[in-house]
Design a protein. Structure first.
Length: 328
């Protein structure tokens, strides 16, 4: 069995440094902390003292993993999940990974040391097999990301079907050159949306243009920048499936500045049905992802599992709702 002395030796640090990392002491550099956490993860080390301390005892705390808090979708998600947990008597702690795999793995190590009862995973850069390996028999539920449900619970919108319906709506209008926007094209969620975008074209016997798949477009400023580019360089684009209502708002702002009529010259569909979609001119056609309903269902299920009333992993998939407003 690996001991704290082994972790210290392999990491090249002192035993007291490992203890400080385990207790989340602030006086440890980020580099050293990540190095020790990585070794702990590799050797499946769980500190005996913490294990004894928390055995047979709940912390009444649930961690939420997101990439960053200033993203409109994740800000809303944290709000609804935290409110649902609060009603059940649980605290929440938000971990921002800033799209760093080691930071994400560090949170899984904290779960192994029983610093919280469970993790709600709203964003990940890791494949689900690796996540399952990191968390082992500890409790984790995925929300937002499109995983299989084989290894842990998953609550998500059918991103592929929903995006296919929105794309089909534009194609049925006679539009022929569509663009697709993603904030992180490599994530399972964005891959599902892209698949739906492509599938809609295939069903119509149409081709999509690969160069009009835009990545790292996630906020109003990105939408403005992309719009300025499209209206000057890619004027043939006549419809856009944007990754969020904020991106759509940025595109509309750019369109106004470039004297482009929406939707006469360009149709735009957002995502998330955020209140901002109601205050733009024109109002943004969007997709409701049922974030509040999912959050409540997920938290109720998770707390049942914490209490030992649920066992086998489940996957619950929700249908997104296309809301046709004046931007499309």
């Amino acid at each position: 069995m690996v001991t704290i002395y082994d972790i210290a030796r392999i990491s090249g640090v002192s035993k007291s440094t490992v203890s400080r990392v385990v207790s989340n002491h602030p006086h440890v550099s980020t580099e050293t902390r990540n190095k020790v956490l990585k070794v702990m993860q590799e050797y499946n080390y769980v500190p005996n003292s913490l294990a004894r301390q928390f055995r047979q005892k709940h912390t009444k705390c649930i961690a939420i993993i997101i990439p960053n808090i200033d993203h409109p979708y994740f800000c809303q998600l944290v709000r609804y999940i935290s409110a649902a947990c609060h009603k059940k008597g649980f605290k929440t702690v938000v971990h921002q990974t800033f799209l760093n795999k080691n930071t994400e793995k560090g949170v899984y190590t904290q779960l192994q040391t029983n610093e919280f009862d469970a993790i709600i995973l709203a964003s990940s850069l890791l494949p689900e097999v690796e996540i399952a390996s990191c968390t082992k028999n500890k409790l984790i539920v995925a929300c937002n990301e499109v995983f299989s449900g084989e290894y842990f619970d998953v609550f998500c919108v059918d991103e592929e079907e929903t995006t296919m319906k929105a794309t089909t709506f534009l194609l049925n209008k006679g539009l022929s050159t569509l663009a697709f926007c993603a904030d992180n094209i490599t994530s399972p969620l964005q891959q599902a949306r892209l698949k739906g975008f492509i599938l809609a074209h295939n069903k119509k016997g149409l081709n999509y243009t690969k160069k009009f798949i835009f990545n790292k477009v996630s906020n109003i400023e990105d939408g403005i920048t992309l719009g300025d580019k499209i209206f000057k360089v890619h004027t043939e684009i006549d419809g856009i499936i944007s990754g969020s209502d904020f991106v759509a708002a940025g595109l509309i702002s750019s369109a106004v500045r470039n004297n482009i009529e929406i939707p006469k010259q360009l149709s735009i569909i957002g995502f998330d049905n955020h209140p901002i979609s109601l205050i733009t001119n024109p109002q943004i056609s969007t997709i409701s992802n049922k974030i509040q309903e999912i959050s409540i269902d997920l938290v109720n299920h998770l707390i049942n599992k914490i209490d030992g009333r649920e066992r086998a992993p489940i996957k619950k998939v929700y249908s997104g709702e296309f809301i046709n407003r004046s931007s499309s």
